[in-house]
Design a binder for this molecule. Structure first.
Ligand SMILES: C[S@@+](CC[C@H](N)C(=O)[O-])C[C@H]1O[C@@H](n2cnc3c(N)ncnc32)[C@H](O)[C@@H]1O
Length: 503
């Protein structure tokens, strides 16, 4: 997570949206969503809110990029990432670019489909309904902390958790405003004793590239205290290293800041996560949602390195995780020696990059067989990307982005029904990953609900649907799409509960 001088680091997720700077760090078009949004380990995954907007290819996890510099150390993880709501393909995605000798592997892809099945065949990406199969849980606490062999502590489902359920909604324990680890000491000293105890109990890792000891000593030079002897200095440096190392290993990108959480920082990593973490600027809390149905007893696993890292091959992902967090990932995707997972991810990277190039800067055109030649081909490629994501078990913000792209291409083809269906799927995934409080995305114009309105507007213009009857103006404001959806979900959950009680 932490690194020295993160500012110079690559982009963060947050920076994904240039023109929507409510949470400035979070969205900027040139970033892709990287990771979970932590500076360090965790930072990658989650500033989901941020992640949604970005491009798919460029992001980095905040934590993950070590910066070679002689500056004082900082948070590694941070660069920018926030994954939360940011998604979308933009133009600037060099990191995801396929190598120059890229070959068209579509035909080799396990999920490739032939032309005859392209839009409506058995791999129909419209099929998923994202409907949870468990009733809403009644337990007040959905998870418990347990030891996990080889991983330290981790969080486990204490009950069956349905897709989309909010598992954690937590305020930060310690926050710093920039990704510079030396900033952690001040806020740490201001914690209460109980908070310090909680902080000190979190996992400590000292990533060698962060040179934390050097950083601690530099901080002491600043104090210029001549009364300290060598032992005092060693002890103080050890304390600084511990406090910075804990932050580096446990922080999440949290809006414009970086924060460590008492509960969420216990989440371990998987490259095929079953939960999605994201900082919610409306709630000012980190939320963790079930990205699929999770059975009681399963470990809750988030992705420390989301965004563009999603598409990286196993070795590259593992390298980052080893460097930043000091562990060897042994998730299903990382132990797959058949090459299927890596093959899928490589094809997905090429497809995502080709779609971005198609929609924007066609740099390298002619060399990249994944730049679609027509709108129809772009639609099919985005559908294939969805299929591959689903096959790989990735049901988070990257999937949102892919649905949006498919919906946009369908709209260009004036296939309004399909455009709306994909937009609705995107909205489902958004709701499952982020919850209904996406005011920041609505404000930026990137929320799924905003896009659905646009699609419906186009449908009305084309005469495909009747215009909605304009309600008489009253003082009461109209419910947003996501609010209506939330109410519907609550009703469905209540009905399921009643049904479960009856049986
Ligand atoms: C944010 S902490 C997660 C909670 C931590 N396991 C604990 O005991 O508090 C990150 C650290 O957890 C461990 N970890 C996370 N995911 C892991 C995985 N998939 N395999 C092994 N260790 C993992 C690594 O030591 C990593 O530095």
């Amino acid at each position: 997570m932490s690194r020295l001088r993160a500012e110079s680091a690559p982009v963060s997720l947050r920076s994904v949206f240039t023109d929507c700077d409510t949470h400035s760090t979070t969205r900027r078009s040139s970033d892709v969503s990287l990771s979970a949004g932590r500076l360090s380990p965790n930072s990658a995954a989650s500033s989901d809110h941020e992640a949604k907007v970005t491009t798919q290819a460029t992001t980095e996890s905040s934590t993950v990029h070590p910066v070679e510099t002689s500056q004082p150390p900082v948070c590694a993880a941070s660069p920018p990432s926030c994954l939360n709501h940011i998604y979308f393909f933009t133009r600037d995605v060099p990191d995801i670019a396929p190598p120059a000798n890229v070959k068209d592997q579509r035909s080799a892809s396990p999920a490739s489909r032939d032309e005859s099945t392209s839009s409506s065949g058995s791999l129909n990406p419209l099929a998923p309904t994202f409907t949870p199969s468990f009733p809403s849980p009644t337990a007040s606490r959905l998870y418990e902390l347990r030891e996990v062999p080889g991983k330290g502590l981790g969080l486990f489902a204490a009950t069956n958790i349905p897709l989309g359920a909010r598992i954690i909604c937590e305020s930060p324990l310690l926050t710093i405003s920039r990704n510079e680890l030396h900033l952690v000491w001040g806020p740490y000293c201001r914690l209460s004793n109980a908070q310090k105890k909680a902080y000190d109990s979190l996992h400590f890792y000292n990533p060698p590239f962060m040179k934390l000891e050097q950083a601690g000593r530099l901080q002491l030079i600043d104090t210029n205290d001549t009364s300290l002897d060598a032992d005092d200095i060693d002890e103080i440096v050890r304390d600084h290293v511990r406090v910075m190392g804990i932050f580096a290993t446990n922080n999440f990108i949290s809006g414009p800041a970086f924060a460590v959480y008492e509960e969420a920082s216990r989440l371990n990593h998987s490259c095929i996560p079953n939960v999605h973490h994201s900082y919610n600027p409306t709630l000012k809390k980190l939320t963790v949602h079930a990205a699929r149905d999770i059975y009681a007893g399963e470990e809750l696993l988030t992705n420390y390195v989301g965004g563009r890292f999603t598409y990286w091959p196993r070795k590259r992902r593992q390298g980052i995780l080893r460097q930043q967090y000091g562990f060897q990932c042994a998730c299903v995707a990382c132990v797959d020696r058949t090459g299927q997972s890596d093959g899928r991810r490589e094809v997905m990277a090429n497809m995502a990059y080709g779609l971005m190039q198609y929609g924007g800067d066609r740099h390298g055109e002619g060399q990249n067989p994944y730049i679609p030649a027509t709108v129809d081909a772009a639609l099919r490629q985005s559908e294939d990307l969805i299929t591959l994501l689903l096959e790989e078990g990735i049901t988070n913000i990257e999937l949102c982005k892919a649905y949006r792209t498919a919906a946009q291409e369908a709209l260009k083809m004036q296939d309004y029904t399909k455009a709306r269906d994909y937009a609705l799927n995107e909205a489902e995934v958004e709701l499952n990953c982020l919850g209904a409080e996406v005011d920041d995305l609505v404000k930026c114009g990137s929320a799924a609900s905003v896009f659905i309105n646009l699609v419906e507007h186009e449908m009305v213009k084309a005469g495909a649907i009747e215009p909605a009857v304009t309600p008489r103006k009253t003082k009461k404001t109209k419910k947003t799409w996501s609010e209506r959806r939330k109410v519907k979900r609550e009703r469905e959950a209540a009905a399921q509960k009643a049904e479960a009680a009856r049986s």
